[in-house]
Design a protein around this ligand. Structure first.
Ligand code: USQ
Length: 408
């Protein structure tokens, strides 16, 4: 593995490093010679069991994957904390201890409950989502403050936010901030938020906590409002079958394109919710890694709350389904599109024009959603098609008003 020596060498802590994005991120930095450590509470694996939503490709434990990576000599070692696990939401002191010892230049925070449907499933799961995500983020902020106080070190927080914080307003979406003129006075204010689930609302709260900590304590932070990620492989996951990342296609943890690919492979009708005009920003998993690395190499100033909208293209859900159908058909699959009743409360036809120039100006070179990319994904999923569980594909969690929803 070629180590990019022109990059500034960093000490990087990946929170949530066992997840779909966290694990490839940890390897991506380690492959480039950065010193990497992972903290994760393994909660996602327990939630997968709870929803019956095992990821498609067999994924070894975090300890085994780290051991395998370290034995491959493919870059810098990846470290785990003592006992291998830290719950950043429940155990703030353990996080502070580890951060004081590891002294990260950059903390990449993915350690959150990431599913909108999960957060809408029941009262207790909504509470778990909000407590886990808010408490985790607050503990990270206090740990960064402690690192500065005790060791004099200014860590850069890179936080994964979501485009879903903004919702789908009928105006252009700016990158985090909006110049407002109201009753003859002007200010630069956080862009208004219209989250689409309790999960998305928890990310809005995170952004508010981080912005405040930047203002109050002089922390430097980058909030990456990411769109819907698709993809299976990165340069590092392909080095060994056991380095694979989790690929979800179930209705709770699977995201739109990944789900459509799995549905096409087993010839289940593609589950377009409602009319399918719901438009979102999308990006390849390889570009998530690129964006995070670009942000890490160009930190914001002390006290700056920097926001980037992290996606490369926008599509409606129906556009995506039609692409998968067309490519699937050319591969000999019988792919049909179904418009099922939308389990969510969201606009199915709307204006959508978010800016996303910040990361491009740092040097992002997008991997776009070509037919070749869809073909590769379908072919990879075909290799595991026997493991696809058709029973977890249909959505069962409803966003609907109380008179239409089951009791919880
Ligand atoms: N959708 C369908 N059919 C499906 C699945 C989804 O039509 O089978 C629709 C949804 O109704 C929605 C759109 O596709 O309009 C995107 O849904 P999604 O499940 O792919 O993504 P979402 O729930 O919004 O959340 C995902 C990630 C989350 C991340 C977010 C980025 O799970 O962690 O924050 O994408 S964003 O959507 O930009 O907020």
């Amino acid at each position: 593995m070629k180590i990019e020596k022109e990059e500034k060498q960093l000490t990087v802590l990946v929170l949530g490093g066992d997840g779909y994005l966290g694990w490839p991120t940890a390897m991506h930095f380690a492959a480039r010679g950065h010193a990497v450590a992972i903290a994760d509470n393994l909660q996602k694996r327990r939630m997968e069991e709870e929803v019956g939503g095992e990821p498609l490709f067999l994924r070894p434990t975090l300890q085994r994957r780290v051991k395998l990576w370290n034995s491959l000599n493919a870059g810098h070692y990846i470290a785990l904390p003592p006992g291998n696990v830290i719950d950043i939401a429940q155990n703030g002191p353990a996080l502070i201890d580890f951060i004081l010892r590891f002294e990260p230049d950059v903390i990449i925070h993915y350690a959150e409950q990431p599913s909108a449907p999960y957060s809408m499933w029941s009262r207790s799961r909504a509470v778990n989502t909000v407590v886990n995500n808010s408490a985790g983020t607050l503990n990270v902020l206090f740990a960064i403050r402690e690192l500065k106080r005790q060791n004099g070190k200014d860590a850069h927080l890179i936080k994964l936010g979501t485009m879903g914080e903004y919702g789908t307003p009928n105006i252009d979406i700016e990158e985090g901030w909006l110049e407002v003129e109201h009753n003859g006075r002007k200010d630069r204010l956080p862009f208004p938020k219209l989250p689409g689930s309790f999960y998305h609302a928890s990310k809005v709260a995170d952004s508010a906590y981080i912005e405040f900590a930047c203002r109050a304590w002089g922390i430097r932070a980058t909030d990456l409002n990411q769109g819907v990620v698709y993809g299976i492989d990165t340069a590092e996951t392909t080095l060994h079958t056991d380095l694979v990342t989790s690929f979800h296609y179930d209705a709770v943890f699977g995201t739109a394109l990944n789900r459509f690919i799995a549905q096409a492979v087993v010839e289940v009708p593609l589950t377009v919710y409602g009319k399918g005009g719901q438009t979102r920003g999308y990006l390849n998993i390889r570009d998530t890694l690129q964006c995070v690395a670009l942000a890490a190499q160009s930190p914001p100033n002390a006290g700056e709350f920097r926001v980037f909208n992290q996606f490369t293209e926008q599509f409606s859900v129906l556009d995506l389904a039609e692409k998968v159908k067309r490519v699937g058909n050319t591969l000999g699959l019988i792919v049909v599109i179904d418009h099922i009743q939308n389990p969510r409360v969201e606009k199915e036809a709307h204006y959508y024009n978010p800016k996303h120039t910040g990361l491009l100006s740092l040097g992002l070179q997008p991997h776009l959603l070509t037919d070749e990319v869809i073909t590769e994904m379908i072919q990879k999923v075909i290799t595991a098609q026997k493991a696809i569980d058709r029973d977890v594909i249909a959505p069962r969690i409803l966003w609907r008003p109380v008179e239409e929803a089951p009791s919880i």
